[in-house]
Write a protein that binds this ligand. Structure first.
Ligand code: ZN
Length: 245
């Protein structure tokens, strides 16, 4: 079975639609969303409803969902808080209840799905090095763990000697999963990539072939950027879409 793993959509409906077209062409049968459906972008309600309509979808909580409800909000910078407040006002009571109910972590097809890291996921640490990736592997309990949060696609893998290394996947790259060693796979971001590439990012995991396909999908980011400006959200969030940073 092919499972598409999407993360960090950030209210960007144009990027999500582009990714879903690509996933459809690859005959994906199930979807997992690793959180941060909302925040930064102009279409929170529409993006959320599109996610909820996906086949067999499993949705995990991200820090931007957490910011709507928890004390996490207080630690955010003012321009981010402004966007959280705006986002909350766009969502219905029913949509807010749904986001509040999302789990921090879940196992799907024998694989761990979590937004930031399996090592104390509620702390929202950023997996920026092999040491933290190793701690995530240790805490995970499954051989494969899919994460998002940094907005940069990456594969951390364990060598036969137990060392953790990483590779930076290129668009369209198919990575075989070997039977030995653990993996932490960062799927990148649909709605706000930060690896100097404006194209939306997601991963297809083929459970039969034991392969990962890293997908990059260009989309009409100027449309999204203009909507961010039109809604009075911080211009910075519009500008970074084109830079991919
Ligand atoms: Zn994010």
């Amino acid at each position: 079975m092919k499972i598409a793993i999407i993360s960090d959509l950030h209210s960007n409906i144009e990027a999500l639609q582009a990714c879903l077209s690509k996933a459809g062409a690859l005959h994906v049968e199930q979807y997992v969303c690793l959180g941060d459906i909302i925040g930064y972008g102009p279409n929170p309600a529409e993006t959320l409803e599109m996610v909820r309509s996906l086949p067999k979808v499993v949705v995990i909580r991200g820090n931007h969902e957490e910011a709507l409800f928890g004390p996490y909000y207080k630690g955010l910078r003012p321009h981010i808080q402004q966007t959280v407040d705006w986002t909350r006002a766009q969502l219905s009571a029913q949509q807010l209840d749904y986001l509040k109910s999302l789990p921090l972590q879940q196992t799907v097809a024998g694989v761990t799905m979590v937004h930031a890291t399996a090592d104390k996921p509620e702390r929202w640490a950023y997996l920026y090095n092999t040491e933290l990736a190793g701690e995530c592997m240790q805490a995970s309990g499954t051989r494969l763990t899919f994460v998002g949060h940094t907005h940069q696609p990456l594969v951390y893998y364990e060598t036969p000697t137990g060392e953790v290394k990483y590779l930076t996947p290129q668009a369209g790259l198919v990575v075989p999963i070997y039977q030995l060693g653990r993996y932490v796979i960062n799927v990148g971001s649909v709605g706000q990539p930060r690896d100097d590439n404006s194209a939306a990012s997601f991963v297809v995991y083929d459970t039969d072939e034991q392969e990962l396909e890293f997908c990059r999908v260009p989309y009409e980011y100027p449309i999204t950027a203009q909507k961010i400006i039109d809604r009075g959200l911080p211009v910075l969030f519009a500008e970074r879409l084109g830079k991919g940073h």
